[in-house]
Write a protein that binds this ligand. Structure first.
Ligand SMILES: Nc1ncnc2c1ncn2[C@@H]1O[C@H](COP(=O)(O)OP(=O)(O)OP(=O)(O)O)[C@@H](O)[C@H]1O
Length: 251
């Protein structure tokens, strides 16, 4: 019988995780042990399987091996986000109807209101305004979300995430469309929110230049045997050198 290591003190652990698509395995025997409150930057080439890992964690893709989130094997959880195990900010998130920014942000409180038909309170809206202020998007509060630029929309989604109470946050390239000022600001916020709100944060990113200053871990999914490494100038530079080398593309 396979021994599964104790996962009590981990926000997330994977044991021999294998996942992918028909005829294409992308995650091979992945062993991860992410402590509570850690920040993990996930890097790798296009198509390396970063989003695929998030599909596994959000219950959208079957897998082999073990995945434990907050002490629960994910296979036994039907909808991890709805049950509050995690919050997920996907790479693309389309809203098909006009909606005021503030109304979209306040929905981050949905889990606290699932049983209440009464809707959100003044205190909820106050939190929404505060979150918009924190991401530097207070001026967008009354705008129609669907008319915002890609970068503005990304800031609004971050404000919504700020209100979610899940202990594990998954962010898929949250700064992809942001300018250089907001990129820096958002990584600073993730650091602060992680510490102040005790969140464990997994963040897929191609913004390697933002990472050396952050405390946490680096996971390079393009490496031959991906594993958590402490974030530092050295580890980020090594990952960059690896990713810039054409030979690593065919790894
Ligand atoms: N439903 C699917 N069926 C078959 N292949 C798929 C499916 N979804 C994704 N893939 C392929 O799996 C590979 C990994 O995709 P994934 O989205 O995980 O990459 P990624 O590391 O997040 O890349 P990027 O940095 O470009 O976002 C890609 O080559 C993609 O074409």
């Amino acid at each position: 019988m396979t021994q599964i290591p104790s996962t009590k003190h981990q926000a997330l652990s994977t044991n021999n995780l294998v996942a992918g698509y028909e005829r294409r395995v992308l995650l091979r025997n992945l062993f991860l042990s992410v402590p509570h409150g850690a920040f993990v930057a996930i890097v790798g080439h296009n198509g390396a399987g970063k989003t695929t890992l998030f599909r596994v964690l959000t219950g959208q893709l079957p897998y082999q091996g073990t995945v434990v989130v907050a002490g629960r094997e994910l296979r036994t959880v039907r909808r991890p986000a709805v049950e509050g195990l995690l919050a997920h900010l996907p790479q693309r998130n389309v809203v098909a109807f006009p909606i005021e920014v503030r109304e979209l942000v306040v929905m981050g409180r949905f889990r606290q209101h699932r049983s209440l038909l009464a809707g959100y309170t003044a205190a909820d809206y106050q939190l929404a305004d505060q979150a918009l202020h924190e991401v530097g998007a207070a001026h967008l509060a009354r705008r129609d979300f669907t008319q915002l630029s890609g970068g503005e929309q990304q800031l609004v989604w971050l404000a919504q995430l700020r209100l979610q109470d899940a202990a594990l946050w998954l962010l898929d390239e949250p700064t992809q469309q942001l300018d250089i000022y907001y990129r820096r600001r958002v990584f600073g916020l993730l650091r602060r929110w992680g510490q102040e709100l005790h969140r464990t944060i997994l963040c897929i990113t191609h913004d390697l230049e933002q990472l050396p200053e952050l405390p946490g871990y680096l996971l390079n999914l393009s490496a031959p045997e991906p594993a958590l490494q402490p974030l530092s100038r050295e580890t980020v530079d090594a990952a960059r050198a690896w990713l810039e080398d054409e030979a690593s593309l065919h790894n």
